[in-house]
Design a protein around this ligand. Structure first.
Ligand code: GLU
Length: 460
């Protein structure tokens, strides 16, 4: 069994997602089941509904699970196993108050010594403290394990002193719940963030105390650095998976990017399923990797290119494959769905023909826009056959407006796309032509003047 174990205490960031992807891939490669374990042991920090949000995100990324459990449903089992350890004399009640431990911590600090829990303290406050915690006895010999990324790691007994496994309210700690559940669900390999490296010897200690002999494999993923080179924090918006999706990065592109980070892959652009053939966690670089949004943009564009027009249409909230085709053409100058949506919005919005909007070195095409607008409206109204293809439209419009060169093409582009620059009109017109009624519209302020002026212009 492989597992991904999110805590419902915050949003999924790309580091979490990366761990989820790798656990999923290994499950598929080794024909094992994939478990999602919601680690809701921190009752005060759990956020209502966050579990559902995480699950729908995993679903969106196609990381489908065979089994779903909530750690809190196993609290009774955790408590029973803690009792078992007490009976075996491998765990004990500790009555130390927080104040007492704090004073010991201060003492150690004053003596410039590392703080170490001393078992002699356990019952000193037995008569005043009614809510003891349960601690497991610390390691008595070196604990080491092989990390598939970091290599051989060893921890000395002084690094693993007697730590809390059941808190004073009877709730298991992260390390205990995690180790017990990894055992109960027969987890064979754990991929998780580097911040958990020092938890691993503690979890191994728990397994050993419980007499669990299975040796689990571990891979601790190096941290992801922001563009500035420091650890990516919540303040880096790109660290949030939700933000990346909002920006219009496709799940398949994000997956492609997260698998490629700090890795050598036989293909640059690939789908999750393709990586099953060659992915090897051992190839993931040990050193931290920098998040490179430019690379993600490149991959996003490549994945968008693979979509057909119908698929594209759905992504820009349309059922019309002509809209999909139009969106796809814009990949020439955009890399995310948002950038494409922005272009499409400009095409379909009423056109603002005032100077500021088409302004480029003070030029303005207000008059020309009005002239072309009036002619186009007439042609649309009379279902003019010249509207059927770009060449005929261009010729008819030029002839009727008497405009040419820049004074013809710029205003035409403004009326058809809402922009002064962009793709070849001949390239997009075949798709635009189905929506001319929606596209050839002026914004409210321009309409009043234009009706008067352009009628005049045509007469002239
Ligand atoms: N709940 C822990 C986290 O989100 C899981 C760590 C683990 O995979 O053991 O970091």
């Amino acid at each position: 069994m492989l597992r991904f174990a999110p805590s419902p205490t915050g949003d999924i960031h790309i580091g979490n997602l990366r761990a989820a992807i790798f656990n999923y891939i290994i499950a598929k490669q080794t024909n094992q089941k994939f478990l999602i374990r919601i680690e809701d042991t921190d009752l005060a920090r759990n956020i209502e509904g966050k579990d559902k949000e995480i699950l729908s995100l995993l679903n969106l990324f196609g990381l489908l699970w065979d089994n779903l459990i909530y750690q809190s449903h196993n609290f009774d089992k955790h408590r029973q196993l803690a009792q078992y350890l007490i009976e075996k004399d491998l765990a004990f009640y500790c009555y130390c108050s927080k104040e007492f431990l704090e004073s010991k911590r201060e003492e150690a600090k004053a003596q410039k010594k590392p703080f170490r829990y001393d078992m002699q303290w356990a019952e000193l406050e037995k008569h005043t403290n009614k809510n003891p915690v349960i601690r497991i006895k610390g390691a008595s010999s070196t604990i080491s394990f092989e990390d598939s990324i970091k290599g051989h790691l060893s921890f000395e007994p002084h690094e693993i002193d007697s730590f809390v496994i059941i808190k004073e309210d009877g709730i298991p700690t992260y390390n205990f719940a995690c180790a017990v559940d990894d055992m109960l669900y027969d987890v064979s390999f754990v991929v998780r963030g580097e911040d958990h490296t020092s938890n691993t010897p503690r979890q191994i200690l728990i397994h050993r105390a419980l007499g669990y002999e299975k040796v689990l494999g571990y891979a601790h993923l190096p941290i992801i650095l922001g563009e500035s080179g420091s650890k990516m924090s919540k303040r880096d918006s790109a660290s949030s998976v939700a933000w990346l999706l909002e920006q219009g990065f496709l799940p398949q592109a994000i997956i492609n990017y997260l698998i490629s980070m700090g890795n050598h892959t036989p293909q640059e652009v690939f789908k999750l399923q393709e990586s099953f053939a060659w992915f090897d966690i051992k190839n993931i670089a040990r050193s931290p990797v920098k998040f490179d949004i430019k690379r993600l943009r490149f991959l996003n564009r490549e994945h968008l290119k693979m979509l057909n027009e119908q698929e594209f249409a759905l992504l820009v909230d349309s059922k019309d494959s002509s809209v999909g085709a139009l969106a796809k053409l814009h990949l020439q100058e955009a890399s995310t769905l948002n950038e494409i949506r922005e272009k499409l919005d400009k095409i379909f919005a009423p056109k603002c023909i005032e100077t500021a909007e088409n302004g480029e070195s003070g030029e303005n095409y207000v008059e020309e826009c009005k002239i072309l607008y009036a002619i186009l409206c007439e042609m649309i109204e009379s279902k003019d056959l010249n509207l059927q293809d770009y060449e005929s439209l261009k010729n008819a419009l030029m002839q009727r407006s008497n405009l040419k060169g820049k004074k013809f093409f710029k205003p035409l582009r403004i009326l058809l796309t809402g922009q002064t620059h962009g793709l070849e009109l001949s390239e997009i017109y075949p798709y635009l032509r189905f929506f001319l009624k929606d596209i050839v519209r002026l914004d409210r302020n321009a309409i009043a003047d234009s009706n008067a002026d352009s009628t005049q212009a045509i007469k002239d």
